[in-house]
Design a protein around this ligand. Structure first.
Ligand code: NAD
Length: 248
């Protein structure tokens, strides 16, 4: 493992442009369950039934049962050692941009500056009918948040079946094709199209460093260095290794 940390540190220090792709796993240690946890939100609310745009349009009241619980979990979560470590890597000039699938705002809360939110952010709500936008905090007291036009509001997160924000998608694919190193942290890499980022980066010559508590379908296909463990343990060790190499 020590040797791998040294190698990974060497890769990110030598890379002109290092990108990261993060998923729900990086926020598990902040108390937000991923899709796989046996306990938690997604065992109670099947994402296929509650997290599609068709479900929201057909029955927004029902989908808000899930959204209220998600908001409770997300609004009390704080950045963990992994979020903070990634922000430290950014400050050291070793990490240039994070593409996150998470909607929890924890990278920004942990200090990261350049974050592409591929699946949106739960901190604002919009009206699908008139387009008006609200801060989620201003609507938290309403059991069923409504627009001034009386329609039920939707959080600005990308539901299954919705288009990815064009700017986020274009910038992500452009950066993936020019990155020299890619950190893939806490994602099962099964949600499309974001899961094509590691193979795009690999095809264009990037080294892939993956951190996950278990192997994924990337591990034996595109990953160069795999760290098995909690992101909150592994990332601080990577930061330490990068600092040591930098000092030498
Ligand atoms: P996923 O739930 O499919 O996979 C999570 C991955 O993280 C798994 O491979 C798991 O082994 C790994 N993992 C779990 N705990 C970990 C830890 N402590 N350290 C390192 N790895 C860990 O999540 P996904 O790939 O991001 O895709 C699911 C979709 O769900 C995304 O689109 C995302 O937007 C959404 N989602 C977001 C949040 C959030 O914002 N925090 C939470 C749940 C789901």
């Amino acid at each position: 493992m020590m040797e791998s940390f040294e190698k990974a540190a060497e890769i990110i220090l030598a890379s002109e442009f290092t990108l990261a792709l993060t998923g729900a796993g990086i926020s598990v240690e902040s108390g937000i369950p991923d899709f796989r946890s046996a306990e938690g939100l997604w065992s109670k609310f099947d994402p296929a039934e509650y997290a599609t745009i068709q479900a929201f349009r057909a029955d927004p009241e029902k989908v808000w049962e899930m959204l209220r619980e998600m908001d409770k979990v997300v609004s009390r979560a704080k950045p963990n050692m992994a979020h903070r470590g990634m922000s430290e890597l950014e400050q050291m000039g070793c990490l240039h941009c994070i593409i996150t699938q998470n909607i929890d705002n924890l990278h920004q809360a942990g200090g990261s500056k350049d974050v592409i939110e591929y699946h949106g952010n739960a901190s604002t709500l919009s009206c699908l009918w008139c387009g008006k936008k609200y801060l989620a905090t201003d609507k938290r007291d309403e059991n069923l948040p409504r627009c001034e036009c009386d329609k039920i509001l939707k959080p600005d997160v990308i539901f299954f079946g919705e288009a990815i924000p064009e700017e986020a998608m274009n910038r992500s694919f452009q950066l993936a094709s020019s990155a020299k190193a890619l950190l893939v942290v806490g994602t099962s890499a099964v949600v499309s199209p974001v899961n094509s980022i590691p193979s795009i980066a690999k095809r264009n010559g990037a080294k892939i460093i993956e951190i996950n508590i278990e192997k994924t379908n990337l591990t034996n296909s595109v990953t160069d260095i795999f760290f098995q463990g909690n992101a909150g343990d592994i990332i601080p060790q990577l930061v330490t290794a990068a600092k040591q190499k930098n000092d030498n």
